[in-house]
Design a protein around this ligand. Structure first.
Ligand code: 1HE
Length: 266
């Protein structure tokens, strides 16, 4: 925690609950719009967290909205050149890649607006939990903009390119059951998305760190490979993970019939 404190975060807040880090987007007065400083803080924090013994992360947000996307006021005031904005995008990619490929489970607790760059951020998490206030949109087209934080990869992966193009062209908003059905979130809760995200994070944090490392980085990497290369990489990763000392006791428990069986709750 000392190393996290040394980051002197201003736009993010971090608390620990057991070995789960609760990371809060903390600019509610600006609806957690992503300015350049917040992106730098995300890079610094997600560079550190995987090496801090953290078992999982809940990414949540202060105020009524998860994230309003790119800081449009900063973008307007900076009057950036194309080259400037390409560099902005590279920093966004750095931040979101750090989250997706770090090997530590990131569970996003969503509420209110998850729009534009906010959806790009949420789609870098490994699990998305929504509540009934949550809505998803890509208003880039209406703002005369284009996605620059990885949506063309991650959002298209989640919902398919036809739905993504529709969202961007028409400003279509998804929420509730429909958002679940199209794949924007994996959980929709009646109560608090934070409570559910924390429950999931605590469950994931029970897995051996090496297993979570593989689940939360190898699958993403393998999706970028040819099928032949991915199957080779899968064998290599499984060779390491499936023979780790931490799995011995779990296999023994299964063999001696003390381990939980995989069955739905009655
Ligand atoms: C902002 C931003 C922002 C709010 N940049 N300052 N994203 C969007 O197009 C979404 C823009 N935001 C909204 O549509 C609304 O603000 C919300 C639906 C999210 C919330 O509405 P509301 O009524 O609660 O808040 P508000 O009155 O609109 O805003 C409150 C303050 O937050 C206000 O600042 P203030 O100083 O006047 O009090 C707003 O200016 C500020 N604020 N959203 C900057 N986005 C890598 S490319 C990614 C491209 C994109 O992300 S495009 C999508 C941009």
């Amino acid at each position: 925690m000392n190393r996290i404190e040394a980051l002197n975060l201003e736009n993010l807040a971090v608390e620990m609950e057991e070995n789960v880090a609760l990371v809060t987007l903390n600019r509610p007065e600006k609806r957690n719009a992503l300015n350049a400083d917040t992106i730098e803080e995300l890079i610094a924090l997600f560079s550190l967290l995987p090496r801090s013994g953290v078992g999982a992360v809940v990414l949540r947000a202060a105020g009524d909205h998860f994230c309003a996307g790119l800081d449009l006021i900063e973008h307007y005031q900076e009057d950036r050149s194309a080259a400037d904005f390409m560099h902005v995008c590279l920093r966004w990619h750095e931040a979101f890649n750090k989250m997706e490929y770090s090997g530590v489970p990131v569970i996003a607790a969503l509420h209110g607006a998850v729009v534009g760059g906010g959806l790009e951020l949420a789609s870098s998490a490994h699990i998305r939990v929504a509540d009934h206030s949550t809505y998803f949109a890509l208003p880039e087209g209406q703002r005369g903009l284009f996605t620059g934080g990885g949506a063309t990869i991650r959002v298209a992966d989640l919902i398919g390119k036809a739905r993504m193009i529709d969202m961007m062209l028409t400003g279509r908003i998804y929420k509730g059951e429909e958002a679940m059905q199209v794949g924007l979130c994996q959980y929709l809760v009646d109560g608090s998305s934070e409570d559910k995200a924390l429950e999931l994070a605590k469950a994931a944090a029970q897995n051996p760190p090496l297993s979570n490392f593989a689940i939360c980085s190898a699958i993403s990497h393998m999706q970028n490979m040819s099928a032949l290369d991915a199957s080779y990489a899968e064998a290599v990763v499984a060779g390491i993970v499936n023979t780790q000392p931490a799995s011995r006791g779990r296999l023994e428990a299964f063999a001696n019939k003390t381990a939980a069986r995989v069955k739905p709750k009655a």
